[in-house]
Ligand binder design. Sequence first.
Ligand code: DX5
Ligand code: ZN
Length: 223
Amino acid sequence: MQIAPSILTADFTRLGEVLDESIDAGIDWIHLDVMDGNWVINETITFGPAVVRSIRERVGPDVFVDCHLMITNAERTWRQYADAGVDLIIAHVEAIDDPATLISEIRESGTMVGLVLNPDTESNAILPYLPDLDLVLVMSVVPGKGGQSFMPGVENKVREFRVAIDRQISNGGKRTKLMIDGGIKAHNASMVASWGVDVAVIGSGLINDKASIAENIAEIRSQ
Ligand code: DX5
Ligand code: ZN
């Protein structure tokens, strides 16, 4: 299972150093959580396209960068993040009106596209679009902040996507990646890997003041 750091618990004045430290520890995928002060339940703001662009410039072209849009107007503003240099845009299925059109527009721009669903959203909100998606993200917390507790009730949904993606791949379809986000730490990373997750987003379990990023990765990998 690949690990993608969420930078929400980083000291933003030291963001470049945190990114360097992650890459030195072997990380090759960065997950950027964009919140606009409206869509998430706690109405918080994280960062926007200017910071995303600086991050891309800092990490260089070889690190994969995704952008998890927790915003009300993804259908109108996704291009700002594509232009800022992300490889993959992930939009919340609950926050958009016309997933099929958004998927084809993002793909035509040359950027990869994923859909994400909240813990209480059923898999059938995304399954019809699976053949066209580069990634499906299952939220294992209610989006809004780092450091929340993992919701084990998402297991069935993760396994359902694993089965559907494996069937799609064996029928010659797209190799859609399966990602999980929220509350992943050393104690549950191997469990979600056993459910068939390809990429785990890890924020507070990776970027914290208890240990270095390399030490936290080593602990996660050793479980
Ligand atoms: C939640 C975000 C996350 C999350 C990850 O709204 O999408 O990516 O903050 O952080 P941890 O691993 O601390 O739950
Ligand atoms: Zn996220």
